[in-house]
Design a protein around this ligand. Structure first.
Ligand SMILES: C[S@@+](CC[C@H](N)C(=O)[O-])C[C@H]1O[C@@H](n2cnc3c(N)ncnc32)[C@H](O)[C@@H]1O
Length: 255
């Protein structure tokens, strides 16, 4: 496989938009600085699309919040802002090395009082529902994905890419999302997000959820200051916005 295979696959999806989108994915991403509590010396830099996505999860003071795939921690900082006066945050990350980085980020950017209400865990997001159910008001699932922006920058990985990769990742993402919907409380929300441009990993995962569990959930049409709506969610792409890629969809558990 080669960059041609990759480009052929995505030019079928994005048609005449693809050359400009590919060029935007190869350019340096624009980042925003975040220092929500002013306790760090330097801001934490992340894509503004990530801030927009994390803010799309409905959270009220006092809520129990779970960030299922949290490292390195940018979106956890955004979630933590929302529970600054009351509430709890569990920041989960399965990889030990990435979890250590998550811990450093949270310790650097969150004030001590808030840190006491934050717990860092290291579980497999897709199996969480075996151990805990109906336990959180709001869950962020920022799922591991194809991350094409990073892929394009690594010729060896790009050479190994096949369309099966995105289909395989979509299955893993679905397993995590199905688990999250048992872990969130009735009337609670799950925000599903990826940094993939592949419809299989984005609307495709939500479509499967609707087919399999449609009677238990509702998909709430999101909106954001920039980006575009998709069939089920919201997509921020760098050819039109300078930010992203970032896809998100908001799901409410109904029963
Ligand atoms: C897209 S990144 C998360 C980025 C993070 N939310 C942020 O804003 O900084 C996905 C993360 O999920 C982790 N991960 C992969 N498989 C996982 C699993 N089964 N359970 C929990 N975390 C997992 C990866 O190690 C990676 O750190």
């Amino acid at each position: 496989m080669s960059q041609n295979t990759f480009s052929e696959f995505f030019s079928q999806i994005y048609a005449e938009r693809w050359p400009k989108l590919l060029a935007a994915l190869q350019a340096k991403p624009r980042q925003e600085g975040l220092n929500p509590f002013g306790c760090a010396d330097e801001p934490y830099f992340l894509d503004a699309a990530s801030i927009v996505a994390a803010r799309a999860l409905p959270i009220s003071p006092g809520h129990a919040v779970l960030d299922l795939c949290a490292a390195p921690g940018g979106k956890s900082l955004v979630l933590a802002e929302r529970i600054k006066d009351a509430g709890t945050l569990v920041a989960n990350e399965r990889s030990a090395t990435r979890r250590a980085r998550l811990k450093r980020v949270l310790e650097e950017y969150l004030p001590e009082e808030l840190l006491r209400r934050v717990r860092i865990t290291g579980h497999d997001a897709s199996k969480w529902c075996i151990y805990e159910k109906d336990a959180y008001d709001a869950i962020l699932l920022d799922a591991p994905c194809s991350s094409e922006r990073h892929l394009i920058a690594q010729p060896k990985l790009l050479a190994e890419w096949t369309p099966n990769r995105t289909r395989f990742l979509a299955q893993r993402q679905y397993a995590m999302l199905a688990s999250a919907l048992q872990v969130v409380r009735v009337d609670g929300h799950v925000l599903y997000a990826t940094c993939s441009i592949s419809p299989f990993e984005n609307d495709g995962v939500i479509e499967k959820l609707i087919k399999k569990r449609g009677e238990k959930i509702s998909v709430i049409p999101p909106s954001a200051p920039f980006g575009e709506s998709t069939r089920y969610g919201w997509l921020i792409l760098p050819d039109t916005t300078e930010f992203g890629p970032l896809y998100f969809a908001l799901i409410k558990r109904e029963c």
